[in-house]
Structure formats: structure tokens, C-alpha cells
Design a protein around this ligand. Structure first.
Ligand code: HEM
Length: 481
């Protein structure tokens, strides 16, 4: 088979190529089935650095996390944005942001990410707290005080979707909640379910109703609609301003950019919130410690919590919740599967450490797959088990984790790394904390079936937080005074 021989041809100095009998598709199917297992098998056979042909692309995986810093800081020869610049626009339905067509827009968009961080995080966090409180109060606080049941994923998804939407895009012209929210979320879920196929560049016309659903979702963000909303975040206001300065950019494409941000802001946060809440309810002893710390932090701020009152936790108070933060980090460690991708800009020798380098060719992809690090028993003892205080040491966040006796610079990477790291990560952590705080403060919580444990669905491997294989039923009751 000549094709296979040609594909397998390696130059001296290049990493070993995982052999495949299926030219072009290569190992895509096995990778998609269970990426973590597949990569671990290759690591055992080929060592820490190897190349796999996945869907027509040569991808070199760097499996040893001690080598990560060298890849992450590699500048000129490894491009960070090339990959997303090509595939993201076609997924969300806007044209590529090229400087020739939209002068300066790419850089300005990247600068707008600052509005999710630093001092700008305080108004966002405050607004999110109010919106979550609104949704909890109107949807979940009834007076009878009896036990209620609900799908746990649905509970997390509906509250986080709506409160995040209100915080980022603002309130409708009349009333405090958008009346179409449920319909919007339904369409969003349909789109999100085919997202892994779209981002893999499967043509949208092959995906049933997806194109029509995407058009509907985009039309929600047309300028004439958005101009009627109030309390919009500084982040979205700035982005709208930037789009309006671009004479070439059509209204429908401005709307598609806004829709992409909706996807970025909720698609990972929702499953992450589910896992954080699920693990705590599943481990009542952990839940108790986390809840007590929330009550203590409120009390230190002069507030004696009462389930009949409105609760506000400031950004500073959220920062003090180290057990909650550790629990969330632990659930991110167990559920995240993001792949960090860089594209080689030329043929060159990629330096791995003081002694080793490997040759890569122009266009090759260099990939980090942090899930393998997150589940490495040498770094995290008993890696498949949830330990809520794994990231706490001496009442502070624990940051020293080791491999081969060496301290790791990167040990937890649910948000990516280097210059493509998620700009919304601080906001995401805060909003998950806020949701869990309200859940723990206002409700007694139980799982209906304590023996059911959802596993991870691997069809989003490489794309972010994995979803649970089955839902669980949450029993909850308003806490008494
Ligand atoms: C990008 C994870 C929440 C906004 C990313 C990336 C990851 C990620 C892995 C890609 C990084 C890379 O390419 O290396 C997560 C997770 C979240 C979360 C796990 C929740 C638990 C959010 C939120 C927002 C947000 C709440 C906004 C409010 C973005 C944006 C990008 C991004 C705009 C693209 C950045 C770029 O173009 O360079 N996120 N994210 N994310 N995220 Fe998040």
C-alpha cells in the first residue's frame, strides 16, 4: 500500500509516527472514541513525544507536562491563533477576521478580552450575583418548604444560561427577564450538540436543521434587537462599538460574533457547574466543610446568613472560599479535556528540554493534551477520585505538584495556556462559585439515586468540559432558619 508507506515516511530527527492503515482519516476514529485512553496507549508504545495522523493533519503530542513550559513559551515558530482563525468563523457563521478586510479588528477584539478581567471583573461579578439571585428566587424559592426533584443538569443549565446571558448582554426593554429565554436555550442546546462536528469542519449543510437553527440564534443578536437592551456589560458594549466602526461588516455578521461569545461563555460553564455541584452533593462531608466556610466568610463580613434574605458575596469574599475553589478545581481536573494547539510556521527543531529536540515540519500541529496530566497518578494520587481539598494547603490554595521529583509549572489547565488561554476564566470561576454558594446556602440537597455515577461523554474530547453520560435527579428543599 503505497499511500501508507508515503505517509509513514519520516525524516531523521522527527518524532515516531503512530502507524495507521487508514490513510487520511488516520487515527481520528480511535481518538474520538476515547482520546485519553488512545494517547496513553501511544505513550506506552512510543514515549512522551509522538506524531499521529488525525483527519489529514499531522499532530505531534507532547505528553510530558515537564515539557509544557517550553512549548507554551515558544514564540515565532509556533503560531497560536492560526488554527482558531480558520475554523472558528465558519463554525459560528461570520467571515474570517482578516486585517486586509477589517483593518485593526483582530487586535481590537483581543484587547476587548481585558474587559472580562482585572478591575472589570468586579461589576461583572456583582451583576452575576444579582441575576443568579433573581433566577433562584423566581424559579426555585417557593414557600411550602417540601422536597422537590429536578434533573440536576437542567437545574444548573437553566440558571447559569439565563444569569450569564443577563450579565453579559443585559436586560430586555421591559421586565427583568427575556421572555424567549427557554426557546433560545433549547436552540442553543441543539446547536451545541453538533458543535463538535462543525468545529471538525463537517459542512453545515450535511447537519440537518443546524443551519436554520444557527440563523435563528444569530438573529437574536441583530443590532436593532440589542439596541433595546439595558445593563449590557462593558465587554459587549465595547465589542458592538468595534463592529460598528467596521463599514464592511454586515449586521448579520456582527450578530454572529455576539453569538460566538454566547457559546464561549456558557458551553463550558454549564457542564463545569454541573460537575462542581454534583461532586459536592455526592460527598456530603465535603459539602458540609464548603458550606461552613461560606457561612464563616459571610459572618466575618458582618452578615449572619438567613435563608429568607437576599445574599450578596463580593469578589473579595469569593476569593476567600478556598475549599469551594479547591472543589471546583478538583471537578475541573476530573471533567476537562481541552487540547492546546499550536501550528508550526516553518520547518524547525523544536527544543523540548536542555538535551532533546525534535524536528517538525511547516503546517504540523503541536498539541498538548492536559487531561493526561490531570489523570496522572504520579502527580495526583488516586486520580480518578474526587478529593475536595486536594488544592488546599495551610488554609490557602495549593500550587505545588510534582512529576519525577520536579515541581510542575503547569498542573491544572482546563482553560488552556499561554496566549490562547481563556480570557473568561476568572469570571467563569466566580460565577460557578456564586451558583454553588446559593445552592448550598438556600437548600438541603440530596441525590435521588446515590449509587448512580455518570461517566464522561467523550465526543467533545479536546474541546473543553465533558458532559455527563446520564443525568442525575436532584432532591432539594429550602433550608429552615
Ligand atoms: C477560549 C475554557 C468559560 C470566553 C477558551 C479556551 C478554553 C476555554 C480551553 C481555548 C483556549 C485555547 O485555545 O488554548 C473555558 C472553560 C470555561 C470557560 C473551561 C468554564 C468553566 C468562559 C467564559 C467566557 C469565556 C465564562 C466569557 C465570558 C472565552 C473566549 C475564548 C475562550 C472569548 C476565545 C479566546 C481567543 O479567541 O483567544 N475557553 N472557558 N470562556 N473563552 Fe473560555
Amino acid at each position: 500500500n503505497l499511500t501508507v508507506i508515503l505517509l509513514s515516511y519520516r525524516r531523521p530527527g522527527e518524532p515516531p509516527l503512530v502507524s495507521s492503515w487508514v490513510p487520511f482519516i488516520g487515527k481520528a476514529l480511535e481518538f474520538r472514541k476515547d482520546a485519553h485512553k488512545f494517547l496513553e496507549e501511544q505513550r506506552r508504545k512510543y514515549g512522551d513525544v509522538f506524531t499521529v495522523l488525525i483527519a489529514g493533519k499531522y499532530m505531534t503530542f507532547i505528553m510530558d507536562p515537564l515539557l509544557y513550559p517550553n512549548i507554551i513559551k515558544h514564540g515565532r515558530q509556533l503560531d497560536f491563533h492560526k488554527f482558531t482563525q480558520e475554523v472558528v468563523p465558519s463554525t459560528f457563521g461570520y467571515p474570517p477576521v482578516l486585517d486586509e478586510v477589517y483593518p485593526g479588528l483582530w487586535d481590537q477584539i483581543r484587547r476587548s478580552f481585558q474587559l472580562l478581567q482585572g478591575d472589570n471583573l468586579s461589576p461583572l461579578t456583582e451583576s452575576m450575583m444579582g441575576n443568579l439571585m433573581l433566577v433562584f428566587r423566581q424559579d426555585h424559592f417557593d414557600q411550602d418548604g417540601g422536597w422537590k426533584t429536578n434533573s440536576m443538569y437542567e437545574f444548573c443549565s437553566s440558571a447559569m444560561f439565563e444569569a450569564t446571558f443577563l450579565t453579559i448582554y443585559g436586560k430586555p426593554e421591559t421586565g427583568s427577564r427575556h421572555v424567549e429565554m427557554e426557546k433560545l436555550r433549547e436552540d442553543f442546546v441543539k446547536f451545541d450538540n453538533v458543535f463538535p462536528l462543525l468545529i471538525a469542519q463537517i459542512p453545515i449543510w450535511l447537519l440537518g436543521q443546524t443551519k436554520a437553527i444557527r440563523e435563528k440564534l444569530i438573529s437574536y443578536f441583530l443590532p436593532q434587537q440589542m439596541s433595546r437592551w439595558s445593563n449590557m456589560s462593558q465587554f459587549i458594549r465595547r465589542r458592538s462599538e468595534l463592529f460598528n466602526q467596521q463599514g464592511q461588516l454586515k449586521d448579520v455578521h456582527k450578530a454572529a460574533h455576539h453569538f460566538a461569545i454566547l457559546w464561549a461563555s456558557v458551553s463550558n460553564t454549564i457542564p463545569a457547574t454541573f460537575w462542581a455541584a454534583y461532586y459536592l452533593v455526592k460527598h456530603p462531608e465535603a459539602l458540609q466543610v464548603v458550606r461552613q466556610q461560606i457561612l464563616d466568610v459571610l459572618r466575618d463580613g458582618g452578615v449572619e446568613f438567613s435563608p429568607n434574605r437576599y445574599t450578596m458575596l463580593s469578589r473579595d469574599q469569593l476569593d476567600k472560599l478556598v475549599f469551594l475553589e479547591s472543589s471546583i478545581n478538583e471537578s475541573l481536573r476530573l471533567s476537562s479535556s481541552s487540547m492546546n494547539i499550536r501550528v508550526a510556521q516553518e520547518d524547525f527543531a523544536l527544543r523540548l528540554d536542555a538535551k532533546r529536540s525534535v524536528d517538525v515540519r511547516k503546517g504540523d500541529i503541536i498539541a498538548l493534551y492536559p487531561q493526561s496530566m490531570h489523570l496522572d497518578p504520579e502527580i495526583y494520587e488516586d486520580p480518578q477520585t474526587f478529593h475536595f481539598s486536594r488544592f488546599v494547603q495551610d488554609s490557602r490554595g495549593k500550587t505545588d505538584f510534582y512529576k519525577n521529583g520536579q515541581k510542575l509549572k503547569y498542573y491544572l489547565m482546563p482553560f488552556g495556556s499561554g496566549s490562547t488561554i481563556c480570557p473568561g476564566r476568572f469570571f467563569a470561576m466566580n460565577e460557578i462559585k456564586q451558583f454553588v454558594c446559593l445552592l448550598l446556602l438556600y437548600f438541603d440537597l440530596q441525590l435521588e439515586d446515590e449509587h448512580k455515577h455518570p461517566s464522561l461523554v467523550s465526543n467533545r474530547a479536546g474541546l473543553g468540559i465533558l458532559q455527563p453520560s446520564t443525568d442525575v435527579v436532584l432532591r432539594y428543599r429550602r433550608r429552615a432558619q
